[in-house]
Design a protein around this ligand. Structure first.
Ligand code: SAM
Length: 325
């Protein structure tokens, strides 16, 4: 079992499958993806390499794999990536985080391939605000994709980054939607990255203020599963859906960390805000998942107790598209 020096166990791998993103979210890639600067000139992990990575992690006790990016649906072989992960012994859940751009047209194929969890980013339910935040007039299309995923019985979570100047006014609209829609809507506290310092200063909303309001209005905290993501989830008898809060600035956030990350080029990141990744590409390319597992096991001993976001330290992370949020 994969365990670090602080007794944390890692059941959950977040695997970026591309750095490229087609959205221009104002808090992440406001100028869009810049291919000139990127390490993405190096090819992303192939299906065979992803298979080696997932087998290595599964042999160390990992039960859940999430494909993220960049935008994972830009990979033409995403169906094969899902299939390869689904077929690894020990993997119980395969998930994707997507901006929903291709969801309506692809979800049937992803579900047939074995996808069982979906996270879709929807930062506003108002079409104009959605467009202003993401640079794309695609809200209706994304919502159609979510409806189809729900029809197919795919467990669906919706991610919304709280932004004081851009979507906080739409908070009630989100609540009305959760009343009648069986999704888990997770409000993510905006994280400061190397690229968004000024934006952060004017837009950060403390998740604990939302938490106080939820508890005050009859929402109840649910217990957390061992391969669960970072959200605290709340339920309310009058609402079909749930609300989650992802609060990276809260004092106990890192103590509950059960996740490791790998970049699209095969670097292991022990924390989203670590100074650098550990390059495992040559071990991955060799195809020997046992050797790779040994390297991962020893690397995990170096995981630090927590990030230092509250002190303004953002490590090497210029934006979350580099590593998948
Ligand atoms: N393209 C996919 C998507 O849009 O969901 C996956 C990658 S995206 C980087 C993953 C998640 O990180 C999204 O929900 C996004 O809103 C979130 N994210 C990006 N930058 C963030 C930031 N600075 N603070 C908090 N969440 C952020």
């Amino acid at each position: 079992m994969l365990k670090d020096n602080y007794g944390r166990r890692f059941y959950y791998l977040r695997l970026s499958v591309t750095d490229i993103c087609n959205f221009r979210c104002n808090y992440c890639l406001p100028d869009g993806y810049q291919c000139g600067e990127s390490i993405a000139r190096e090819k992303p992990l192939s299906v065979a390499e992803v298979n080696t990575v997932v087998r290595a992690f599964a042999s160390l006790g990992t039960e859940k794999v999430r494909f993220t990016g960049g935008e994972p649906s830009l990979r033409k072989d995403l169906v094969q990536l899902i299939e390869t992960a689904v077929n690894v012994d020990g993997i119980r859940r395969v998930a994707i985080t997507t901006n929903g751009y291709r969801l309506a047209s692809q979800i049937d194929a992803w579900q047939r391939a074995g996808l069982d969890q979906l996270n879709v980013s929807v930062d506003s339910l108002d079409p104009q605000r959605f467009r202003a935040i993401t640079g794309h007039d695609k809200l209706a299309n994304v919502l159609r994709g979510i409806d189809r995923a729900l029809e197919l019985g795919v467990s669906t979570k919706v991610n919304s980054v709280l932004l004081r100047e851009h979507n906080l006014a739409g908070f009630e609209q989100f609540l009305d939607w959760v009343k009648v829609t069986p999704v888990s809507l997770r409000f993510i506290e905006l994280m400061r990255t190397g690229d968004n310092r000024d934006f952060f200063a004017s837009n950060h909303v403390a998740g604990r203020d939302i938490e106080k309001w939820l508890l005050h209005t009859g929402w109840e905290l649910l217990p957390r599963g061992r391969d669960a993501g970072p959200a605290k989830e709340y339920t309310h008898p009058d609402y079909i859906g749930r609300i989650g809060l992802i609060m990276p600035y809260s004092w106990d956030f890192c103590a509950g960390c059960n996740r490791l990350r790998m970049s699209a080029q095969g670097a292991l990141h022990l924390c989203l805000f670590a100074e650098a990744g550990i390059d495992l590409r040559s071990a991955i390319a060799s195809g020997d998942h046992r050797d790779l597992a040994a390297l991962i096991r020893s690397a995990v001993c170096g995981k630090s107790a927590g990030h230092q976001l509250d002190r303004g330290f953002t490590g090497a992370t210029r934006n979350l598209a580099m590593l998948g949020g």
